[in-house]
Design a binder for this molecule. Structure first.
Ligand SMILES: [Ca+2]
Ligand SMILES: [Ca+2]
Ligand SMILES: [Ca+2]
Length: 304
């Protein structure tokens, strides 16, 4: 019995070491995220970043972990520097939206009526965009509390005041700064088209967009956090085929009507596409780990 508890203490110590917080720099290298929680299933129809002048957007894979009271999320791939939008919807709190209703930021009302997959009720919405605005390279981020219908918008928020680099937002609707790392250097990964994505190539990409958000700004989730991410156009009304969880091979851009047509709005019905267009990260229970650790320490002292 004693040996078992000492073993548990050692395991707890190892777990703490393994769960060191990722560095928010736009790369999963050295972060200990573990296996991808979602991998792209279809080639990109929003342009392939190929290192030969091609420029575009692709979502290769999604990684997430919870450490030190914060959610860490990396979406590997590219976000074109033309103010196209990376939409991240988070279901981390009880209740929420099964049908999207904008908090009023940007032109996100163009997505009003978007129907989420069963099991996903959106509570928070992060919008990231990067590009050159009349000679000024910038990266902007919006954070919206969908249940409260409130948002904060942060302009040109990276420390290097560019499209890539690292930085933190201020506070507003989010009570703790949101940390961001952007590294758009990937020129491999999936290729352009609508065929089946090469899974190995998608998993080999280590760079993209990395975020850290305080759990206190996510409704203090105790169980699972569901995350969906997709690339949209500048006005939030022409959805690409780059979604995590992914769409079936052969699926092109969804546009506004779900079939590639432009209608001015994008109330996409995600239930009409096979599979779950979201992925799940489990929030660990730090209290039970700490208790096991304390029990082990008590025995160590008694032994000494
Ligand atoms: Ca990192
Ligand atoms: Ca929810
Ligand atoms: Ca679906």
């Amino acid at each position: 019995m004693r040996k078992f508890l000492l073993g548990a203490a050692s395991i707890a110590a190892l777990s703490v070491a393994a769960n060191a917080a990722p560095v928010v720099d736009g790369s999963i290298s050295g972060d200990g995220y573990g296996a991808a929680l979602a991998v792209q299933t279809v080639q990109t129809q929003f342009g392939d970043q190929d290192g030969l002048g091609g420029n575009g957007s692709e979502l290769d894979a999604g990684y997430a972990t919870v450490s030190g009271g914060r959610l860490y999320l990396t979406l590997t791939g590219n976000l074109e520097g033309n103010f196209n939008k990376l939409e991240i919807l988070i279901d981390s709190a009880a209740g929420g939206q099964s049908s999207y209703l904008s908090a009023g930021n940007d032109n996100t009302a163009n997505m009003n009526g978007m129907t989420f997959d069963a099991g996903f009720t959106a509570d928070y919405h992060l919008v990231a965009r990067r590009g050159n605005d009349f000679g000024n390279d910038k990266f902007d981020l919006d954070w919206a509390d969908l249940q409260a219908g409130t948002f904060s918008s942060y302009q040109d928020m990276l420390s290097a005041s560019g499209q890539d680099g690292t930085g933190s937002t201020g506070t507003g609707v989010n009570g703790s700064p949101i940390e961001v790392g952007s590294d758009n250097s990937n020129i491999a990964g999936i290729i352009g088209g609508t065929g089946a994505a090469n899974t190995a190539n998608a998993l080999a990409v280590t760079t993209g967009l990395e975020f850290s958000i305080a759990l206190s700004d996510l409704g203090l989730p105790a169980g699972d956090i569901n995350i969906m991410a997709f690339v949209n156009n500048g006005d939030h009304n022409y959805v690409s085929n780059q979604v995590l969880g992914g769409l079936a091979a052969g699926t092109g851009n969804l546009g506004g009507d779900g079939a590639g047509g432009f209608t001015g709005t994008a109330p996409i019905d995600w239930t009409s596409f096979a599979g779950d267009q979201y992925f799940t990260v489990t929030v660990p229970e730090p209290t039970s780990l700490a208790l096991i650790g304390l029990a082990g320490l008590g025995l160590l002292r008694r032994r000494g």
